[in-house]
Ligand binder design. Sequence first.
Ligand code: SDX
Length: 429
Amino acid sequence: MSETVKFSYGGKDFELPIIEGTENEKAIDIAKLRAQTGLITIDPGFKNTGSTTSSITFLDGELGILRYRGYNIEELAEKSTFLEVAYLLIYGDLPTQHQYEKFTREITTHTLVHEDIKKILEGFPSNSHPMGVLSSLICSLTAFYPESLDPNRNEDAVNLSIVRLLAKMPTFAAWAFKNEVGHPVNYPDNSLDYCSNFLKMMFALPAEKYDVDPIVAKALDQLLILHADHEQNCSTSTVRIVGSSQASIFASISAGINALWGPLHGGANQAVIEMLEQIKADGGDTKKFLDKAKDKNDPFRLMGFGHRVYKNFDPRAKIIKKAADDVLLKLGVKDPVLEIAKELEYAALNDQYFVERNLYPNVDFYSGIIYRALGIPTDMFTVLFAMGRLPGWIAQWKEMRHNGEPIGRPRQIYTGAVDKHYVSMNKRG
Ligand code: SDX
């Protein structure tokens, strides 16, 4: 008999099963709680609540461990490529040479988008934030591929949508940037690898020759690997719950992009740079801003610090911090906000408020500094986060649909008015 949890309520004794995962994590299975006791559980922000079982990503917040399909992030970041990691996450293991060549060839030959996308793009004023443009263009794929709306499509048809998403995301991301700065868009160049093609679509200008810097392309590829999945975070949970209503994969990913946009989530990488710039403009007084972050009456938070799960160093932050030093050195870039970031990190890691709350730098703290060194404009940082997270969202959506999970529909405890009666307007006070 597997482990159970016993409790008493209303003069009766109850017993619920405990489930255990492959990394010895345990949960109380409350599927029958309401039927047996009339009770539900409540947990704002789901800090103690699991929404599903999953075999895609494992992270241990206490030990600072992150694994994609069992492979440590440190090893994948050093030895793999983003598209190989995308295959690993989506299809369950590392591809053979043949599988990888077929996968990358399919993606390369789907990078072009329908010319009518330009008409949608032209509808967005210059200076539109590229995240709003990106989520709209991704959702517009439901119009160009209406067959994607059929919830009962076969595996091959779903795989074609997956290839289209991975292939067209860089094109849409680069075009959203071009729209923001009022430059003409660039078509994909299928002779280039995934990241080089994105960089060229983003930075090439009609008047000038553009050669991709291999250091920049390699650094970007590693950053995308580090962002590729992170179990049931806010945006992934959004993708899963939208997909649970049998909405199309394009609509589900578009919803995930919007959830990621928030400054408490993927939008933090943009907010970190804005915060560091604010500290620099204010004279670089890191202690003043640390005190602001600790002041409960001040809404200011140390962006890029803290994490719902990691109560130790975010393993991605360690890799990105080292990569930031390497990339800036290789590119000969001196960025004063990097020094401010290091000062802030040192001060926070030695401050009781942050130590007792286990607030460490997260993935967003240093990523913005690298993006800046690579020439990426600040409000494109979260777009790059979305590009990286795309295979994770896809893998999670596919797992949820493959497992036939029910539509997500949480319950609530009602705290509003009780038993009120209608009074005609002329008699209301
Ligand atoms: C991402 O979930 C994921 O996996 C996300 C992500 C992914 O890969 O998908 O890892 C990506 O979103 C990383 C997080 C990026 N966000 C930021 O950097 C924004 C700044 N950080 C926070 O706002 C906060 O830490 C969260 C949102 C990340 C986590 O918030 P929680 O888990 O809800 O924790 P909390 O807000 O309840 O904070 C606990 C305490 C509070 O103080 P007390 O009430 O105990 O006195 O810590 C304090 C908070 O005030 N606190 C901070 C702080 N973060 C938490 N105080 C100052 N600065 C901060 N950054």
